[in-house]
Design a protein around this ligand. Structure first.
Ligand SMILES: [Zn+2]
Length: 517
């Protein structure tokens, strides 16, 4: 502890170059701050700023120390700049196993070889034996008058279900006839339904296409996963099994997996072969509790009458950490957005021209699934008083002349117009709206923290560079960053925030409907 604290202090002091900050004109000072901050945050010393790691704390501490220096007020918990987020790292022990019991025959199978675990389940399931029940797709959907659970008693039993959904030859009105329904998207809603119906355990069979990728799934399914801590009363064991185990379970050996899957899909196949068969669970849950931090700072507004209307400016500061011994520095993703928000905060704290209060946020857990922003919109004390949002993620690559803009008109056309005007008064980027669509195949609209706010109808704008070459690669380094673009992004952000903080427009949500969600 002592040593790491010293290490941390040393790094912070080493990155202080007060001389650079005090000389030169405004532009040169902005550039100097952006460079010094990004060179530190995207340096190897921070080992890729992975959420849940020790190294991301160094990044958080660095940002905190800068905010203090810039004169921003802490706006996290207990008078600090940090908002605590309860995470859990869900994993199970390598020694976990299951036993398939068929009469007197017992087959043992080990984790990450013959099965992957979604959840290990509570310790109360250790050694517990449960009867198996085949529930085909595990779907109950009144739209199609379809119910796989009809006449089945699954209480306390382990259900066995297939991924995907039923089809009827030539019938485009039935499930995926026209386009796959929600039931095909992932196993999550099927597992939720099974839990609600009282299942004691869940076994999922992949589609043949999924099964071809069994070995590649190990990197994701075979390692622990970070998520927001769940407050669940109890958890049941839930697993995904390989073709060997599936064949043994159903006594099907003469068919390919493809053929076997077709057979199990057939409404005439009743799965009665599982009658009298059971599974014994021996999964050892190793879920770990971890606290993460959003960093939150406030610049109070000058008009007390508007004190309850916040403008929020954000960027995620976490990245991917290390993989195969390589450090993923994430200079563009999202060191770039991180330092642009820092520099915007510094300049605005200096100018103090905002009537409404401005909240600056550096989100954690974005790379793990927008966790920091999801937590904020559900828990922050100011969550119902956010007037407008500016978020940026990857803005330091490609041409300094243009920038991709998304979501600005999703809720309010007035906010869309405000962002356009702010740009004309400041950076004069060419705005590229080609990604700003719900149907764009890359789904950029849903892929950063702005979505947590936009989803609630809050007027929100998202800036990004749409860079590909070094995206999520160890080569996303600071020497490739276009600092002129970052400086212009600061100007655009500052103007947008000032106009939103000082304008009288109500940002009527004229484009927002319940269906828009
Ligand atoms: Zn990112």
């Amino acid at each position: 502890m002592q040593r790491s604290m010293l290490f941390l202090l040393a790094l912070i002091l080493a990155s202080c170059q007060p001389g650079v900050y005090k000389h030169g004109n405004k532009n040169e000072r902005a550039m100097a701050h952006l460079k010094a901050n990004l060179e530190f945050l995207a340096s190897d010393a921070l080992k890729g700023r992975e959420t849940g790691s020790h190294d991301i704390k160094v990044a958080a501490e660095f940002i905190r120390s800068r905010l203090e220096m810039y004169g921003l007020q802490p706006y996290g918990e207990n008078g600090s700049y940090f908002s605590n987020i309860p995470f859990q790292k869900q994993g199970i022990s390598d020694s976990s196993s299951i036993t398939l019991i068929k009469g007197k025959t017992r087959g043992h199978y080990t984790v990450n070889r013959h099965f992957y675990a979604y959840r290990g389940g509570d310790s109360s399931y250790q050694g517990v034996e449960q009867p198996l029940v085949f529930v085909r797709f595990g779907i109950e959907d009144s739209t199609f008058e379809y119910n796989d659970y009809k006449n089945l008693d699954i209480k306390g039993k382990t259900v066995v279900l297939l991924l995907g959904e039923p089809e009827r030859q030539g019938d485009s009105t039935f499930f995926n006839g026209a386009r796959p329904t929600k039931w095909s998207r992932s196993s999550a809603i099927k597992r939720k339904l099974a839990r609600e119906k009282g299942a004691g355990g869940i076994i999922v069979l992949l589609s043949p296409r999924g099964m071809n990728m069994w070995k590649n799934m190990k990197r994701f399914m075979g390692s622990s996963k970070l998520g927001l801590a769940q407050k669940q009363d109890h958890e049941i064991p839930e697993i995904l099994i390989d073709s060997t185990l599936a064949r043994n379970m159903f006594d099907i050996r003469d068919l390919s997996y493809d053929q076997m899957y077709k057979k199990l899909q057939d409404p005439d196949y009743d799965g009665s072969v599982l009658n009298g068969r059971s599974i014994q669970w021996n999964l050892k849950d190793q879920t770990e509790k971890i606290t993460g931090h959003n960093i939150v700072a406030l610049l109070p507004g000058s008009d007390p009458a508007l004190a309850g209307e916040y403008i929020l400016v954000g960027a995620h500061y976490d990245h991917l950490g290390m993989r195969n011994g390589q450090i993923y520095n994430g200079a563009d993703d999202n060191g770039s957005g991180t330092v642009v928000v820092m520099e915007t905060a510094r300049q605005m704290a200096h100018i103090k021209g905002n009537k409404r209060p401005v909240i600056f946020v550096w989100f954690t857990g974005e790379e793990k699934g927008l966790l920091g922003s999801k937590y904020m919109i559900e828990h922050a004390p100011f969550r119902d008083n956010i007037r407008a949002v500016v978020n940026m993620d990857m803005i330091g690559r490609e041409s300094a002349d243009s920038i991709y803009v998304l979501a600005s008109g999703l809720s309010s056309s007035a906010y869309h117009a405000l962002v356009e005007e702010a740009n004309k008064k400041s950076a004069r980027f060419v705005f590229n709206y080609s990604l700003d669509s719900r149907d764009h195949p890359d789904r950029i609209l849903y892929r950063s923290d702005h979505w947590s706010f936009a989803q609630k109808g809050i007027p929100t704008v998202f800036f990004t560079d749409y860079h590909h070459t070094d995206y999520h690669k160890a080569s996303d380094d600071v020497d490739k960053i276009n600092f002129l673009k970052l400086k212009k992004a600061v100007e655009l952000t500052r103007q947008t925030v000032l106009d939103a903080a000082n304008g009288s427009d109500d940002f009527i949500r004229d484009n927002w409907t319940e269906e828009a969600k």
